[in-house]
Design a binder for this molecule. Structure first.
Ligand SMILES: Cc1cc2nc3c(=O)[nH]c(=O)nc-3n(C[C@H](O)[C@H](O)[C@H](O)COP(=O)(O)OP(=O)(O)OC[C@H]3O[C@@H](n4cnc5c(N)ncnc54)[C@H](O)[C@@H]3O)c2cc1C
Length: 366
């Protein structure tokens, strides 16, 4: 069995596909009797074996369903954020933070952290949870900031190592009908961080792409303002007005194209590090100065995102964190996976030297 990274392979003794918390509990108890390791799996979109095991794989894709209440939604762990959004939008509501890509699971991203365009305002998904139903030591229990707070803190961003999340109660906020997405070209990484710090926007992201001349990189930020009367911020060179759902699902056309080209199925040695804002530009610039497009791959993507985390003790980040993501694809004719992994290691070492940490769903040999 592999994951989205396509690098690590493990053969589980068995795969269990529970449809209820009781079935998860039984699977965990049966594994304990046999002395087998249990690893939960959402859609397996982590990139270095985090959802894989040689023991019992608990595949949560059949544990789905969403109920929308007054200002909150209760979602089963295997539900994708696409399904959550489809259930909440008819009520004019949405989760405060959505991942850029909607086809990952509620249980998977709460166990990872879950960063999205609105994370500079609302923090991460793991910090936007009211209660969690968790199977721990083979028993289903409920936890929240008030009830079993230690367990609540251990499972959020806990990578499934402290219990299996079966259900999450999520807060909801009012969803806009339309958004204005504004492109702001930037000079360099420092300029990206300035824009992300100074511009007021409901959602914010930034991308670095190989320059057309082929001898460097171009930097661009996107500031997204909600509402049909939104005005573009200073520095905007292009705007696009679009329905809120289309904005949330903005990666879908690119993903379809990558599937068509075969790039989606290739190995993805992704590096993702949290850098302290004060040192982030220097690390980003040094990394890109050393990097060739062959080390990124044909469809690789580089992202910069300043964020807040909130109260998520298991997600170790420096003060004022900036997520720097080098999302490599081992395309034909590009650098081999081993070289990409070595470059990830170098980036992590550079990040750690300035107090940075890794986003643990990435691919770094440890
Ligand atoms: C195309 C793409 C885009 C992405 N975009 C974003 C993004 O915008 N923001 C972001 O933060 N991340 C993003 N990610 C990374 C994503 O958060 C991780 O892949 C994460 O692992 C979620 O994927 P998953 O639901 O498939 O979980 P998996 O990869 O299956 O699991 C992730 C980890 O959580 C554990 N786990 C899974 N389910 C449970 C559960 N129910 N209970 C306890 N532990 C569990 C697993 O054991 C594993 O350690 C993206 C990944 C891809 C491939």
């Amino acid at each position: 069995m592999r994951d989205f990274g396509g690098i690590v392979e493990r053969s589980p003794v068995r795969v269990v596909r529970p449809r209820s918390a009781d079935e998860v509990a039984r699977a965990v108890r049966d594994a304990a009797v046999q002395g087998l390791d249990v690893v939960p799996r959402g859609l397996g979109h982590s990139t270095y074996g985090q959802s894989l095991t040689g023991g019992v794989s608990i595949d949560l894709r059949e544990l789905t369903g969403v109920e929308v209440g007054a200002g909150h939604a209760v979602a089963a762990a295997g539900t994708s954020w696409r399904e959550v959004l489809a259930a909440t939008l008819p009520h004019g509501l949405a989760p405060p933070v959505l991942t850029d890509y909607l086809d990952v699971t509620v249980g998977g991203t709460i166990s990872a952290g879950g960063i999205g365009g609105t994370s500079h305002v609302h923090g991460v998904q793991a910090g936007n949870v009211l209660t969690l139903d968790v199977v721990v030591d083979g028993e289903p229990v409920v936890c929240s900031p008030a009830v079993r707070p230690g367990l609540f803190d251990a499972v959020r961003a806990g990578l499934g190592r402290h219990g299996v999340i079966t259900r999450a109660t999520l807060p909801l906020v009012r969803a806009p009908e339309r958004v204005l997405s504004c492109t702001i070209p930037c000079r360099d990484a420092e300029d990206v961080l300035r824009v992300q710090r100074e511009v007021t926007a409901d959602a914010m992201s930034a991308q670095v792409k190989p320059s057309d001349s082929g001898d460097g990189w171009t930097y661009g930020a996107k500031a997204v303002r909600y509402g049909d009367k939104a005005e573009p911020p200073p520095g905007t060179t292009e705007t696009e007005e679009l329905p809120y759902f289309d904005f949330c699902d903005r990666l879908r056309p690119d993903v379809e194209e990558l599937i068509r080209l075969g790039e989606w199925a290739r190995p993805h040695p992704w590096a993702m590090v949290f850098l302290p804002a004060s040192r982030a530009a220097a690390v980003i610039e040094a990394t890109l100065a050393d990097m060739t497009t062959a080390e990124l791959g044909l469809s690789g993507v580089i992202l910069i995102k300043a964020l807040r985390v909130g109260d998520v003790p298991m997600l170790a980040v420096p003060d004022d964190p900036v997520l720097f993501s080098v999302l490599r694809t081992a395309s034909p004719g590009c650098a081999p996976v081993a070289d990409m992994l070595a470059a990830n290691r170098t980036l992590l070492d550079r990040a750690r030297a300035v107090g940075g940490t890794r986003y643990a769903v990435d691919s770094v040999p440890v």
